[in-house]
Design a protein around this ligand. Sequence first.
Ligand code: ZN
Length: 223
Amino acid sequence: MNIILIGPQASGKGTMAQRIEEEFGWPQISMGKLLRKEAGKNTKEGKWIGKLINSGIIVPSRLTTKILLGRLEKKDCIKGFQLDGYPRNIDNFRELKRYLAKKGETIGLVFFLRLSKKTAIRRLGSRIQCKKCERIYNTITLKPKRRGVCDRCGEKLIQRVDDRPKAIAKRFKLFRKQTMPIIKLLKKEYKIAEINAEVNVEKEYTQIRKTIKSALHASGAFT
Ligand SMILES: [Zn+2]
C-alpha cells in the first residue's frame, strides 16, 4: 500500500513512519531527507540544491519530483511506500498521480496527524534526535535505552535548534498555511484518515494500525 503522511512538528510523524515500516515493510520516504542527501553529493546539481536549502529557498518542483520518482523506482518500493513532505503543491500532486496511474497504482491512505500548537511546544522541548540516522526520541515519552545514545546506531542524541518555542510557533503557522490547500487537493482523490496525535505514541500508532488493517482488509489484501 502507498501512504502519504501529513502532520506538523511533534505530531509523531517520524515515529509513526518508523513503526509502519517495521510492521508493514513500506519504506519511509522523506522528501526533506532525500533533498539533504542529494545536497551532500559532489555534483553540480547537488551543490545547487545545497545552496537553495541553506538560503531557505524552495527547491523547484520539477527537481523534487525527479528526485522523488527516482527513489520510488527502487526495489524496496515495490510493495508500497510512505511519503512524507510530498506532494507540496498542485504540480507535485499531478506528477505523483500521473506516475501512479502509469503503474496502475494509487495512494491507499493519507494520514493527517492532528495536533494543537500548545502540545507541539510542550513536546518539542523534550525532543532529541540522533545526529547520524535522524531517529527521534523524547526524554519523557520515548526514551532511548541508554541516556543520550541512539538505540539504532549508537550515535549521540542532540536537540535541534528549530525545537525552540518561537521557532515552533512560526513553523506551526506556516504548516497550516501550506498544508491545508494540499489536504483539500488530496481529499478529492484519496481517502484521508484523521489521526488524533494528542495522545501518546502507542495510542497514536494503534489508530494508524487499525486504519491500515481495515484498508488492507477492504482491498482484499491480508498481511
Ligand atoms: Zn542513530
